[in-house]
Write a protein that binds this ligand. Structure first.
Ligand code: ZN
Length: 70
């Protein structure tokens, strides 16, 4: 029983580290700029969850919450 408890603790801490790394990747993606399909300039910024706006031509796009894809 003692061994089982230890292995659960080890798994828990590894899982927590992976979640933290994943969150940092998602944040970096949501903060980066993407190429605008309308004017081809790299000016797409995240305006809200799932809403992306081009700062050059003003076009708005609905995409993923944290990553822009055409
Ligand atoms: Zn644009």
């Amino acid at each position: 029983m003692e061994y089982e408890g230890d292995s659960m603790v080890g798994f828990g801490s590894r899982y927590g580290k992976r979640i933290k790394e994943l969150n940092e990747k998602i944040l970096a993606k949501s903060r980066s700029r993407y190429k605008c399909p309308s004017c081809s300039r790299t000016a797409i910024r995240r305006e809200a969850a799932g809403i992306w706006k081009c700062r050059k031509c003003g076009a708005k796009f609905a995409s993923d919450s944290y990553e822009f894809s055409e």
